[in-house]
Write a protein that binds this ligand. Structure first.
Ligand SMILES: Nc1ncnc2c1ncn2[C@@H]1O[C@H](COP(=O)(O)OP(=O)(O)OP(=O)(O)O)[C@@H](O)[C@H]1O
Length: 283
């Protein structure tokens, strides 16, 4: 399957936030959406998920326009892991996960034994079975993030949109979530995720897109777009992208992105706070 955004524009009332966004995502591919705070990544997600209308353009699956008025159809096609989630009631974790199956359940029947078994399997798969009977509002932010991923997977969606899936996770859990993203992609789920860490694109994504206040929306293979020039332009800081030889890694090398900070040992010579460039120029 191919999910395709064509010339999507969206915003709030008369204010345009998302301008002319186009990309293609195949089943099993992972796309990382990068860009500074407030540039419109969540707004783009909201429009693609049908929570706010497109002011132009549209979303297509295998060339067929997605009609967001057919809510159930959309929900089964595209799952969502939101950035923040405050449930109105203190549900137990297993019930939060089972709620993800509601879109594919008979409206009057409610979830059956199968749904609970499936939810248990997902909790196991994601390594959070120990949270099964905990109250969702009483678990940590990172644990909630994992529960929300399980809930989204209960929909068994073809595509998954994950808004900062690693926010509030510790270093190890960030990597565990990225590993789960890779595993889901191997199972054929097409994933769009946002991240504030360009390294996440190197770690688990096929494509990356960059939203910036000064340039049009761009999307390309990770190696082509996550580069010093693009990152410096998007985030306004000097950055070095480097490949390291890592014989233990199956690829033999890993690519990483390093922001160039002034350090105590090597202070920036000219008064500009915090940052200096790769070429020695102070930014
Ligand atoms: N409900 C709303 N009504 C009006 N403006 C909004 C609304 N939600 C967000 N905005 C504005 O839209 C712009 C884009 O916000 P958005 O949350 O999409 O950015 P973002 O790239 O996801 O940011 P972050 O990386 O900080 O999460 C911001 O200027 C924000 O203030």
């Amino acid at each position: 399957m191919i999910l395709e955004a064509r010339g999507v524009c969206a915003g709030y009332r008369d204010v345009g936030i998302v301008h002319d966004v186009s990309f293609e995502l195949e089943s099993g591919e992972v796309l990382c959406l990068l860009g500074p705070n407030g540039v419109g990544k969540t707004t783009l997600f909201k429009s693609l998920l049908g929570f706010i209308p497109f002011s132009a353009g549209g979303l297509y699956v295998d060339g067929r326009a997605v009609d967001h008025r057919r809510r159930k159809e959309t929900v089964l096609l595209i799952g969502c892991v939101p950035q923040v989630h405050e449930p109105p009631f203190p549900f137990v974790v297993i019930d939060v996960v089972v709620m993800g199956s509601i879109a594919r359940t008979d409206a009057f029947a409610g979830p059956g034994r199968d749904a609970f078994d499936e939810a248990d399997e997902l909790l196991e798969l994601l390594g959070i079975a120990y949270l099964r009977n905990r109250v969702y509002t009483e678990i940590s932010g990172g644990e909630r993030q994992m529960v929300l991923i399980a809930r989204a997977l209960m929909q068994n969606p073809s595509f998954l949109m994950m808004d900062e899936p690693t926010s509030s996770l510790d270093f190890g859990n960030q990597m565990r979530v990225l590993a789960q993203i890779c595993a889901l992609a191997h199972r054929g789920v097409g994933i769009i995720m946002t991240s504030h860490f360009p390294d996440h694109a190197f770690l688990c994504c096929d494509k990356a897109a960059v939203m910036s206040r000064t340039s049009p929306f761009r999307v390309a293979d990770v190696g082509d777009i996550v580069c010093e020039e693009t990152l410096e332009e998007a985030y306004g800081i000097p950055v070095k992208v480097a490949s390291l030889d890592v014989p233990e890694h199956p690829d033999g090398t890993v690519t990483t992105c390093v922001p160039l900070l002034k350090t105590k040992a090597h202070p920036c010579p000219c008064g500009e706070e915090g940052l200096f460039g790769v070429d020695g120029r102070v930014r």
